[in-house]
Design a protein around this ligand. Sequence first.
Ligand SMILES: Nc1ncnc2c1ncn2[C@@H]1O[C@H](COP(=O)(O)OP(=O)(O)OP(=O)(O)O)[C@@H](O)[C@H]1O
Length: 213
Amino acid sequence: MIVMAGMIGAGKTTYTTKIAKELHTQPFYEAVDENPILNKYYNNPEKYGFALQIYFLNKRFKSIKEAFFDQNNVLDRSIYEDALFTKINVENGNISIEEYQLYLELLDNMMEELATLPKKAPDLMIYLDASFDHILTNIQKRGRTFEQPTKENGLLTYYQQLHTAYGDWFEQYDHGPKLKIDANRYDVTKEKDWQNVFDQIQTKLNRKEMTIG
Ligand SMILES: Nc1ncnc2c1ncn2[C@@H]1O[C@H](COP(=O)(O)OP(=O)(O)OP(=O)(O)O)[C@@H](O)[C@H]1O
């Protein structure tokens, strides 16, 4: 199983589609349009912060269980990052300490379940490292109304917090092989750039197979 990681708007969805196509495997997406809480969360994070994290945890757990059964399926976000989003929401006062405790216990329980599956962690975690400006441009281009930062809504601060936290998060990630891709450098809609990126991914995947073999 391959998981994508990275900031909002880093390009995980595009990479997920392209990698799965290249490897002839199945992509697993976060279905934003079907998420009944996301929009509400962006408007009122204090009210919906906890519910949103439980929603994502549940969805992610389901996708992981399904994705585990074939080789090289691709997930567009990791369960490990959800915990990072949760932590930031606790720091911002959107989630209480009691709710956080509950979340962590639930996450622990779920991770124990996953540990009983044949694979205990992703075969490869691909982190898209993008500059803050690059991310803001992508969020603007995508144009989802609720994600747009304004002077009043505090989203710029939230995005800045997340962007800073992601760097450390990646350095500390130690559940398995990982690969950092400089998302600023490549335009993967261009074939030449895509081949360059995919070569890096394949090298990592082959190295993992060689280690196992
Ligand atoms: N655990 C979480 N807590 C809060 N918000 C989350 C969490 N997981 C995802 N989101 C939000 O859900 C939305 C997901 O959108 P989408 O699937 O397009 O992913 P994305 O992170 O923007 O990826 P991409 O890198 O493909 O642009 C984003 O607004 C993101 O901030």
